[in-house]
Design a protein around this ligand. Structure first.
Ligand code: NAD
Ligand code: FE2
Length: 390
């Protein structure tokens, strides 16, 4: 599956601790005057949001706030945002938060400027062809280091009726500007840091071993793995360590760009269903499946898994390629254990009765198409079953 054409980068990335202070100037340089900020219902009370709003206002910009957004954003949140935008008539969107507000902003931008229902833009039914350049300009400011949504061109939304996550996807949805400010991530508690960090690691690993194998995407993925291996533990233990936070934010961005080009794999296809059925946080869902899927995929490209082990810091000299590949699984498992990722899906309230429905949806989920080893219903069923203790 060669990459023949690619748009993979926002027009501008501003990346340094404290970068959020450039926001007003950036908005003004784009000749915009009315900002809608998208954030989530928890973060709206954080000083960082109040500070940004005050700063924009003090620099002569009009500002409104939409914060009716929660983890794994659903269709209704997108439409509520669109109704709010119709009243406020902003001329630029700024999303500040994790993947959930950033993705909601992407989807709301499409519906606000193009009309209709958000499900009509599902990539699985050809939604990409309906998205045109008439979108509002968009600035993305991540406050988690995981999804990479600030540099990807997909918004992931949950359809609660069908219990499925779907993607609104178009290269036109790339942010005009991504602002990477590690200082905005220091408020993440350890568990959130750990699980979003494993999401970034999953992007890098799935993208690196994906059948696509586009060399620039591979390079981004491998370096992302290096940064995460050297800094995720520190970011979890010492949340104020800006160097570690910066590494994680850059790694998350690199993972996002990498998977935009190479695609993902079975781990994401399965994790999406855990979130759709049990509202499992995205990073946690990936973390619980990652090594199981790595082991399933191992034989598809031993050398690539050996590269992952090396990028994670293993000394693979003297090992056979099989041993080195196995080392990658061991090292990821060790990281997950140190970060106290629960071992079994029973531990997070998932139930086995949903396996057939999750399998059916996972097989239709876009990431599965780039997995390095074909996965049948039987294979995915086995992977889910093995992740349960009872
Ligand atoms: N668009 C993409 O490319 C892409 C890629 C992967 C995942 N996703 C999607 O992104 C969503 C998950 O995003 P996420 O993992 O970033 O989490 P999130 O946006 O759902 O946020 C999770 C929690 O973290 C809190 N939070 C965020 N930043 C914080 C901070 N700095 N300090 C303290 N708390 C903070 C939020 O308030 C929220 O309660 C899922 O819906 C997933 O499907 C999108
Ligand atoms: Fe992800």
């Amino acid at each position: 599956m060669p990459v023949r054409m690619f748009d993979c980068w926002p027009k501008r990335v501003v990346s340094y601790p404290g970068a959020i202070k450039d926001l007003a100037e950036i908005v003004k340089s784009m000749n915009k005057s009315k900002v809608i900020i998208f954030t989530d219902s928890v973060m709206k009370d954080f000083p960082m949001i109040t500070n940004v709003m005050n700063d924009l206002k003090s620099q002569g910009l009009q500002v409104c706030l939409f914060a009716d957004i929660g983890p794994n954003p659903v269709v209704d949140m997108v439409h509520n945002a669109v109704d709010f935008m119709k009243k406020e008539e902003p001329d630029i969107i700024v999303a500040i938060g994790g993947g959930s507000p950033i993705d909601t902003a992407k989807a709301a931008n499409v519906v606000y400027t193009h009309g209709g229902h958000v499900t009509e833009y599902d990539i699985a039914i050809g939604g990409i062809t309906k998205i045109t350049p008439k979108l509002l300009p968009f600035i993305a400011v991540p406050t988690t280091a995981g999804t990479g949504s600030e540099v990807t061109y997909v918004g992931v939304i949950t359809d609660t009726e069908k219990q499925v996550k779907f993607g609104v996807l178009s290269p036109l949805l790339l942010a005009d500007v991504a602002i990477l400010d590690a200082e905005l991530t220091v408020t993440m508690p350890p568990k959130l840091t750990a699980f979003t960090g494993i999401d970034a690691l999953t992007h890098c690993i799935e993208s690196y071993v994906a059948i696509t194998g586009f060399p620039p995407a591979d390079a981004f993925a491998l370096h992302g793995i290096r940064l995460i291996s050297r800094s995720l533990r520190t970011a979890v233990k010492d949340g104020n360590n800006i160097k570690a936070r910066e590494d994680m934010l850059v790694a998350s961005m690199m993972g996002g760009t990498s998977f935009s080009l190479n695609g993902l794999g079975v781990c994401h296809a399965m994790a999406h269903q855990l979130s759709a059925f049990f509202n499992t946080p995205h990073g946690l869902a990936n973390a619980m499946l990652l090594t199981r899927v790595m082991r399933y995929n191992l034989s598809s490209n031993l050398q690539k898994f050996a590269d992952i082990a090396e990028a994670m810091g293993a000394d693979i000299r003297g090992l056979t390629v099989e041993q080195a590949a196995e080392k990658a699984v061991e090292m990821v498992q060790q990281l997950c254990d140190e970060l106290e990722v629960p071992k079994y899906l029973d531990d997070i309230g998932a139930t086995k009765d949903k396996i057939p429905a999750m399998v059916e949806r996972a097989l239709m989920d876009n990431p599965i198409t780039t997995n390095p080893r074909p996965a049948s219903a039987e294979d995915v069923t086995k992977l889910y079953e093995e992740a349960f203790k009872n």
